[in-house]
Design a protein around this ligand. Structure first.
Ligand code: HEM
Length: 327
């Protein structure tokens, strides 16, 4: 067993307090490189080499832009997170579609938003999706899902028949209409974090970004009149005249809510705290940092004081691959 595997195993033991035979620990046998290969569809040396040549990576189709984050001053009444004690914090954003195919059509329903919020002393990164329910609750299922979807219709059917979490994910995606704009999608950080409140207690919650422009769905006739590439031009044109904005909330857990399982959606009625507003206006788009934002800089475990990761095994594996996928 490698040092890395041992570390993961130890971490899982400390965090979950589970017996050594638990599925979480079996799942923790998967290393980050194995998971990344499963995501990128590069399980052997030859396909890895080919992948590097074409710069194969997950979420290949996407683009970078910029703006700022305006924290809600009232948040300090309930939580102690000094990072949000600033008036405006610069944001580097990447909007993307899922998968490794750079030609994937924008008519597919998946929308993703990654943000890097860089303060004076601390940073906060997000990787978010418009699907609130994740397809796996542990690394073993994550690996199986990624491997099976690469096998096409047959693999997908296997998942539907054998993995209820994957089936719930596919069912959600099936009823999700494609949005006409990245600015008309909600985005979810499916994992939970622990936030420090005014009494120095830890409270669990999940990130939710609500579009100020509202959600919108493309009709069948609108879809028929669109090409496969419209999202990038639409957003860049939009922000020339008015910014794309989202209100960022923390959805708070209630006792009994499953905090460490991203396949579970908490009821929409859960109390929310308004953290602030993401304003994407393209103001720093010519900065090299923004232009090169797709070089793998989004790490959801990069957190300021007052925010800590939950014990969710997906979240705890997420940090490394989002930093460097094909290195
Ligand atoms: C074990 C868990 C996960 C693994 C192993 C994983 C793996 C990866 C990999 C390999 C990439 C490509 C990174 C790059 O080339 O720079 C990626 C990108 C991404 N992932 Fe994940 N992922 C995981 C969980 C998640 C979750 C839970 C979400 C959403 C809630 C998510 C959202 C994204 C997004 C939005 C990107 C694109 C980043 C960008 O815009 O550059 N991932 N992930």
């Amino acid at each position: 067993m490698t040092l890395f595997k041992l570390t993961l195993l130890a971490k899982a033991c400390i965090i979950t307090g589970l017996a050594l035979t638990s599925p979480t620990l079996i799942a923790a046998e998967k290393t980050i490189p194995e998971l990344v290969d499963a995501v990128n569809g590069t399980p052997d040396a030859a396909s890895r080499e080919a992948g590097k040549k074409v710069k194969l990576r997950n979420h290949t189709k996407g683009f970078c832009t910029s703006g700022y984050f305006a924290p809600n001053p009232e948040l300090q009444d309930s939580l102690t997170i000094p990072f949000f004690n600033q008036s405006q914090i610069k944001v580097t954003a990447r909007f993307s579609l899922g998968g490794t195919n750079p030609q994937i059509s924008d008519k597919t329903p998946g929308r993703f938003m990654s943000l890097k919020i860089d303060g004076d002393k601390e940073n906060l990164n997000f990787v978010t999706t418009n699907v609130p329910v994740f397809f796996a609750s542990n690394l073993d299922d994550f690996f199986t899902f990624q491997t099976k979807v690469k096998q096409g219709a047959e693999g997908k059917q296997w998942l539907i028949d054998n993995k209820p979490d994957a089936k719930a994910f596919f069912d959600y995606v099936k009823q999700l209409p494609p949005s006409p704009s990245f600015a008309n999608s909600r985005y979810f950080g499916v994992n939970s974090f622990l936030f420090t409140d005014k009494q120095n207690n830890s409270v669990a919650g999940k990130w939710i970004f609500e579009p100020v422009a509202g959600t919108a769905a493309l009709s069948a006739s609108e879809l028929a009149n669109l090409g496969d590439d419209f999202l990038k031009a639409e957003l860049l044109q939009r922000i020339n005249t008015q910014p794309a904005q989202w209100n960022l909330y923390i959805q708070l857990a209630e006792s009994g809510d499953d905090i460490n399982n991203p396949t579970v959606i908490w009821p929409e009625t859960r109390k929310r705290l308004l953290v602030g507003q993401v304003v994407i206006n393209g103001d720093r788009d010519s900065d090299p940092q923004v232009q090169q934002c797709d070089k793998g800089i989004f790490n959801p475990l990069l957190l300021p004081k007052g925010i800590a990761p939950s014990a969710d095994p997906i979240l705890n594996a997420e940090g490394s691959p989002h930093k460097s996928a094909i290195a």
